[in-house]
Design a protein around this ligand. Structure first.
Ligand code: D41
Length: 708
């Protein structure tokens, strides 16, 4: 009925059209449900568009047939009304990952080097299982649980207090606790409870959970706390956030204190002497893994001395004093049915393996990444053979692996099972989404669509990025809504989001008639959009989705330039890759030539440039302050260290100075504000004297940096 041999709409009689309509509508409605509600698209986007176009044509030709609730008048389903947001008083950091014994000995060596400890000085560390659940932060004020929040992006999480209150392992009241205590730990579900829950799900004809972690996450994030209450969740405490007084002066002491207060702490947590001892504990925990009764995915090591933890501090998102030693990835063999190409936000053509479904470490996997063209051909980015040079073909038996939460990967191929007529995969040289040339620049591992914003895939991916959590984070406007709005022509570029309400005049009226949207959710969406007309500069820059500009680079740029106007001006002036503006870009610690060139290419020359101009008519990026601790006397200054520091290593001094908002340079110049000179300072001290640069000694430096 809806095949390619269907007659043109212009040839149809009204009776024929009326007969065709119910089937078309049913097919579209089924596709909508599969897509929005079940998270499992059943027909291709192209097929969906074709059906929808045909329906629209019929309705245009025979308006009398058009139903008020026709799928042509609907857009995507609204997201569930969410949880409130909670800004963590102390950021929730993540963990650096290690995979080998060497990564563990390197960790020990790095910590020693940072602290200036000799190889034989003691450096005790704790080792504990890494629970495969989801992290939660519990806030107690005067011993009373007042708030529970998920980790979210580490800075802002979701308020799940009511749900947390239903978890038996989480005390509602504490005695003898500090006035303010934030306890952090992992919510998880045991294997036995998981199996029982899935059995109940099956009985009720509901979808089973893929693994205990998903079951725990799904249960904690229930809007109805009564559902959470019926799900057997557990909690292990392993860290803390804001505190009115310290719990202890060691990690182990603090964990014991949490246990005394009534929290569950993992019984396999032990104090170890050094890396060999840590590795022995890793093997012991690995041995115990299968009989624990809950999922773990590695072992976490933490420096025991909290004074040293404080000195070590953290890099952008991970503490220097901890590492997660992950268990090896799980492997499975399956058939590679097809290779499909996805087009990303920067036009990158990414090959995806569609697999015969296979269970890898408790999760059913049916897609895996194939990285890029060279990877499929059996070469690395420099042309050297990988997998012994074996290429990957459609129909091959391949080995897939999963490490943690990352996208599964294709690791290997079994040539003995390759069919005789299998053909090498030909990577497309045209974009499968828009037909533009897909080219690979010299030195780039990736082939890219040159269509820019005319490529629907790029445009949609850019929009999805724009509304994503680290970017504009517009509540109620997620990936699915963006796709639907794009498909219906409501939003083609970011600026359109901000004119949505006005362009539709009675925007609210239209939106609230759509499937999945009611008057309340429609109004909420417009409010959420309104709320983002002012946005911190760093988020604004990140949201543009420029190549090589991730969130940390965006933050650097924001702090460096302060305003969008100034950033845009410098990038414009740097257009010929020379002169002061170009130098200024390169002088930013963390911005290399690649990033600088990408900024110039996208902001001065691409379709993005116009899209940004359009966006700026509706949105105001708020100026950023230079990154500095308000009362630090070295904030914004350029400092140089020379000579030997006796109470701090160079690495620690540099990190401390940067944390206080200073820029640390390697050599003295006219731009240097302070030279910190330890004993044995030589030519740098001399040069500083010549230039009239202020010179201070280690004691004066410690007074600024805070003693250790
Ligand atoms: O068992 C765990 N999943 C676990 C997670 C653990 N035992 N310790 C952890 N420690 C930290 C730091 C060192 C940052 C306080 C963690 C995590 N973080 C963590 N889990 C997820 C993100 C971070």
């Amino acid at each position: 009925m809806t095949g390619t041999d269907t007659p043109d709409v212009s040839q149809l009689t009204q009776a024929e059209a009326a007969a065709e309509l119910p089937g078309l509508i049913a097919a579209l409605e089924a596709a909508n449900t599969a897509y929005h509600t079940l998270d499992a698209p059943e027909i291709s986007d192209a097929e969906y568009d074709r059906l929808k176009r045909r329906l629209a044509e019929i309705e245009a030709r025979f308006p009398a047939l058009a139903r008020p609730d026709s799928p042509t008048r609907k857009i995507g389903a609204a997201v569930a009304e969410g949880f409130g947001k909670v800004t963590h008083e102390v950021r929730m950091l993540s963990l650096e990952n290690g995979f080998s014994d060497e990564d563990v000995t390197d960790f020990d060596a790095r910590v020693r080097s940072y602290l200036g400890l000799s190889p034989d000085a003691p450096l005790p560390c704790t080792a504990e299982p890494k629970i495969d659940g989801l992290s939660l932060s519990l806030r107690y004020e005067r011993g009373v649980l007042v708030q529970a929040a998920t980790r979210g992006d580490g800075e802002v999480g979701e308020n799940v207090t009511e749900n947390a209150r239903t978890i038996a392992d989480i005390p509602q009241r504490l005695t003898g606790a500090p006035d303010l205590l934030e306890v952090r730990g992992e919510v998880y579900m045991s294997h036995a409870d998981f199996a029982a829950l899935n059995a109940r799900q099956a009985e009720r004809g509901e979808k089973p959970f893929a693994n205990p972690r998903n079951a725990a996450a799904g249960s904690l994030r229930q809007l109805d706390a009564r559902i959470t209450a019926a799900r057997p969740l557990r909690f292990f405490a392993y860290a803390w956030g804001a505190l009115s007084e310290p719990l202890s002066d060691t990690q182990m002491g603090a964990i014991n204190q949490l246990k005394t207060l009534g929290f569950q702490v993992n019984p396999l947590t032990v104090l170890c002497d050094g890396p060999q001892d840590l590795l022995a504990q890793y093997r012991a925990i690995e041995q115990a893994r299968a009989s624990l009764g809950y999922d773990i995915d590695g072992v976490v090591y933490k420096v025991n001395d909290l004074g040293l933890q404080r000195r070590l501090g953290f890099r952008s998102t991970t503490p220097r004093w901890a590492i997660a030693h992950k268990f090896p990835a799980e492997l499975a063999w399956t058939r590679l049915e097809r290779i499909e190409i996805q087009v990303g936000r920067t036009g990158a053509l990414s090959p995806v393996a569609r697999l015969a479904p296979v269970t890898v470490g408790g999760v059913v996997v049916s897609n895996a990444t194939l990285h890029n063209e060279d990877y499929i051909a059996g070469r690395d980015s420099k042309g050297a053979p990988i997998r012994g040079g074996k290429d990957i073909r459609e129909g091959d038996w391949v080995q897939v692996y999963r490490a943690g939460d990352v996208i599964p990967k294709v690791a290997d191929v079994d040539l003995s099972r390759r069919s005789a007529d299998a053909q090498p995969y030909e990577f497309p040289h045209k974009c499968p989404e828009c037909g533009s040339d897909a080219i690979r620049e010299e030195g780039d591992a990736v082939r890219r669509c040159t269509g820019g914003l005319i490529c629907p895939a790029q445009a949609v991916e850019k929009l999805k990025h724009f509304v994503s959590r680290g970017a504009f984070d517009i509540e109620g406007l997620g990936a699915k809504q963006v796709e639907a709005f794009y498909r219906d022509g409501w939003i083609r570029e970011p600026a359109d989001i901000f004119t949505l309400q006005q362009r539709f005049g009675s925007g609210l009226q239209q939106l609230k008639n759509r499937e999945g949207w009611g008057p309340k959710s429609a109004q909420n969406l417009f409010d959420a959009i309104e709320d983002k007309r002012k946005i911190p500069l760093a988020r604004f820059i990140f949201a543009l989705g420029l190549r090589h500009v991730g969130d940390s680079t965006a933050t650097l740029l924001a702090h460096q330039f302060g305003t969008w106007e100034r950033l845009a001006k410098v990038v414009e002036e740097a257009d010929n890759f020379q002169g002061p503006a170009w130098e200024e870009l390169l002088a930013i610690d963390g911005v290399g030539e690649t990033t600088a060139r990408s900024l110039i290419a996208s902001l001065n020359h691409s379709a993005d440039a116009q899209a940004v101009k359009n966006l700026l008519q509706w949105v105001t990026p708020e100026p950023a302050q230079p990154r500095a601790v308000a009362d630090s006397e070295i904030a914004g200054l350029t400092v140089v260290f020379t000579g030997t520091l006796e109470r701090m290593t160079r690495a620690e001094a540099k990190a401390r100075a940067e944390a206080l908002g200073a820029k640390v340079a390697g050599s003295v110049s006219a731009k240097t504000d302070i030279l910190i000179a330890g004993p044995g300072a030589g030519s740098k001290a001399k040069k500083a004297a010549e230039l009239g640069v202020r010179v201070i000694d280690e004691d004066a430096w410690l007074a600024i940096a805070g003693g250790t």
